[in-house]
Design a protein around this ligand. Structure first.
Ligand SMILES: [Mn+2]
Length: 463
């Protein structure tokens, strides 16, 4: 937890910016794997963590915008329950640590909400991403579970997104603590990879490094694969072969649950082939160009497009595409090789606040989302501001099924040299990702440096 005043200030800022009514926060409960007492690791809801700081299941909280009161709802475990859990700090004591004075049993929440509803007071709620919350909200508003989204409070969402988008120095320090662990995970993977080694052994080392460093958790299920062209590849069952690349997209979280998100791609043999080095150089050039452009006031969409232009320029230079890079990017022809977005917000969530709505977080009236293939997958398009933390993660991929489909359709055949792509059918994919803090005038790569140039990556592989 941060100091009590941090949470009090966050809630006060939120309350002052809201008009009227009650704001409801639902904390997460345990989530069973296969029966109630065998659970996934507990993860508190990020908005709950942000405003209330308390990291235990089965809590809820209310802010009364009109009267200014705050109530935390939850129950202490009795002595029988504590036989299993061990002694627990009383909730009232925990509440004090986050500057909350009023604690009531969880059972008091429903009558309180019903009373407000009968009185016609607005109850501001967030969109549910877990079924339990969906059911609670359905009961509260007397709606079917599917209709709950109708009640989501746009003013509340807008204020929360504005608050959470700007990271304080203490939050940046958390992300950098997570990155220190992430660096170890990545350097260890580079050094450990050998031809003949199964992917799961490297994935296991990654996880081990994370937990051994005292990091609370991984930020997401690591992608550690020689099939980097499968963008969210969760499998680790292949054996690494000489001549292949390994794509490692993984990150730890800090003790206060802030995420990190880093991708590196490196050769199984420890040395890039010429072909691999050529593609790698294009991706790195695009990434460095994007980083150079980051500053308050620039739309991230513009940064994405500038990076894509470098991708297209490189592919034209290699003879895999032809034509004017600006035209290629405007039409979206490069998306065959780079079908995802340049990056996203990062914070308590690895895709920060995505549960509040990707478009609400990443777009604005001034910058709406495109529906063009590739650009439509860009999670963040809006103008950047000082204090934002974003990822920058261009890539190049040779996806056999997509290439076959486009080739059959003759899609962008004026720009794509399909006849030359057969030589890349087994190439896989390359992505390079860093986490960036938008400063007053530019951006800073967060965390200790992680090998990224070809020579630094090869040196790390040789360790
Ligand atoms: Mn990412």
């Amino acid at each position: 937890m941060f100091a009590a005043k941090v949470y009090r200030q966050r809630r006060e800022d939120l309350r002052r910016r809201m008009d009227a009514g009650l704001i409801l926060f639902l904390g997460n409960s345990e989530s069973p794997v296969n029966f109630a007492d065998n659970c996934y690791p507990f993860r508190q809801d990020s908005c709950f963590l942000y405003y209330w700081g308390l990291d235990r299941p089965d809590l809820a909280a209310l802010i009364d915008v009109d009267a200014g009161g705050e109530i935390l709802f939850g129950d202490d475990l009795d002595s029988v329950a504590q036989v299993w859990t061990g002694p627990q700090t009383p909730l009232a004591e925990q509440a004090e640590a986050v500057a909350v004075n009023t604690v009531q049993p969880l059972a008091a929440l429903a009558p309180k909400l019903e009373q407000a509803r009968v009185a016609g007071r607005p109850i501001h709620v967030l969109p549910p991403y877990r079924d339990r919350h969906r059911l609670i909200l359905a009961r509260l508003f007397d709606l079917s579970p599917e209709a709950v989204e109708m009640q989501v409070s746009e003013p509340l969402l807008a204020i929360i997104i504005a608050q959470r988008s700007t990271k304080t120095a203490a939050e940046i320090a958390e992300i950098e603590a997570a990155l220190a662990v992430t660096r170890e995970m990545h350097i260890d993977a580079m050094a450990a990879v050998r031809p003949g080694c199964p992917e799961y052994k490297i994935a296991a080392r990654l996880r081990g490094r994370c937990y051994a460093a005292g990091a609370a958790e991984l930020a997401f299920a690591p992608i550690l694969t020689s099939s980097g062209e499968v963008l969210h590849n969760p499998h680790h069952h292949q054996t690494l072969q000489n001549g292949q690349l390994v794509l490692n997209d993984s990150g730890a979280v800090s003790r206060r649950h802030y995420a990190s998100d880093i991708t590196r791609t490196f050769p199984v043999s420890g040395r890039f082939s010429q072909k691999q080095a050529e593609i790698y150089t294009i991706v790195l050039d695009a990434q460095l160009r994007a980083i150079e452009l980051l500053r308050p006031g620039i739309a991230f969409r513009e940064v994405h497009l500038a990076a894509m232009e470098r991708i297209a320029t490189g592919m034209v230079g290699l003879g895999l595409m032809r034509g004017d890079p600006v035209e290629i990017v405007a039409k979206g022809a490069h998306a065959l090789f780079m079908p995802h977005g340049l990056g996203h917000m990062l914070g308590l969530d690895v895709h920060d606040m995505e549960n509040l709505g990707e478009d609400r977080v990443g777009y604005s009236n001034a910058v709406p989302r495109s529906d063009q293939f590739g650009l439509s997958a860009l999670r963040l398009g809006r103008e950047l501001a000082e204090g934002f933390v974003v990822t920058v993660e261009p890539g190049l991929y040779f996806i056999p099924a997509l290439i076959a489909q486009w080739r059959k359709e003759g899609r962008f055949s004026e720009h794509i040299r399909y006849d030359r792509l057969d030589a890349y059918v087994d190439f896989g994919g390359i992505r390079i990702e860093d986490d960036l803090h938008i400063t007053a005038t530019a951006a800073r790569v967060l965390g200790p440096p992680i090998p990224k140039t070809i020579s630094d990556v090869e040196a790390a592989c040789a360790q």
